[in-house]
Structure formats: C-alpha cells, structure tokens
Design a protein around this ligand. Structure first.
Ligand code: HEC
Length: 92
C-alpha cells in the first residue's frame, strides 16, 4: 500500500515536470519566427559563406544577382522569402 502511494507521487512529479516543461518545449518551436525576422544582410552573412567566400554586393549587377539568387537558393536550401531578402540586399 505504501509502495503504491510512493509510485503515485513520483508519477505526479513526472507529470508535473512535463506540464511545466511543455510551454518551454513549445517555445522552442518558435525559431522559425526568428528566422523570418532576419534581415537580408544577416541571411547573406549566415548562409552564403558556408560554401565559399561571401561575394560582396558590388561584385555583380542587379540582374546577375537575380539569377545567382535563384541558383544559390537551391544550393543553400533557402526559402523563397529568404532568397528575396538576400537578393534585395545584394542589389543595393
Ligand atoms: C551549399 C553550398 C553553397 C551555398 C550555401 C551557397 N553557394 Fe554560391 N556557389 C556554390 C557553388 C558550388 C558554386 C559554383 C558552382 C555553381 O555555380 O553552381 C557557387 C557559385 C556562386 C557564385 C558565382 C557565380 C558565378 O557565375 O561566378 C556566386 C556569386 C554565389 N555562389 C553566390 C552565393 C550567394 C549569394 C549565396 C547565399 C544565398 C550562396 N552563393 C550560397 C555553392 C554554394
């Protein structure tokens, strides 16, 4: 009988632990929002130097950046909005 009670209490503790942790765990699903908030410069600096040196904006013309952007979007596995932000930055 005593053993059973102990078990119930530890079960309760485990359940409480997860209930309090759940909001935190769900919060960790939010980085996508943070990613969405990133600027073109940030995305450019973080993504484009993984494979080669980061080409500076004045290396290519705006038209060329448009094409390169599409090419590198598939290479860097970027979303469309990430690519658009990076290309917008590079065209400046
Ligand atoms: C997964 C690796 C990878 C990532 C990430 C990557 N690139 Fe590239 N990039 C390459 C490879 C490989 C080449 C050369 C071959 C080719 O063009 O496919 C290249 C070539 C280039 C070139 C040269 C094109 C030319 O005609 O001279 C530019 C400019 C460029 N990348 C820009 C970028 C930009 C901007 C980003 C960020 C959005 C980026 N790259 C991210 C792999 C990558």
């Amino acid at each position: 009988m005593k053993m059973l009670k102990m078990k119930n209490i530890s079960l309760l503790i485990v359940v409480l632990f997860f209930v309090t942790l759940l909001p935190l765990l769900m919060d960790s699903c939010k980085p996508s929002q943070k990613v969405a908030a990133k600027s073109g410069v940030q995305l450019w600096a973080e993504n484009c130097q993984r494979c080669h040196n980061t080409p500076s904006p004045n290396t290519f013309s705006p038209e060329q950046w448009e094409t390169i952007g599409m090419h590198m979007q598939t290479r860097a596995l970027l979303t469309q909005s990430e690519r658009e932000k990076i290309v917008a930055f590079l065209k400046q």
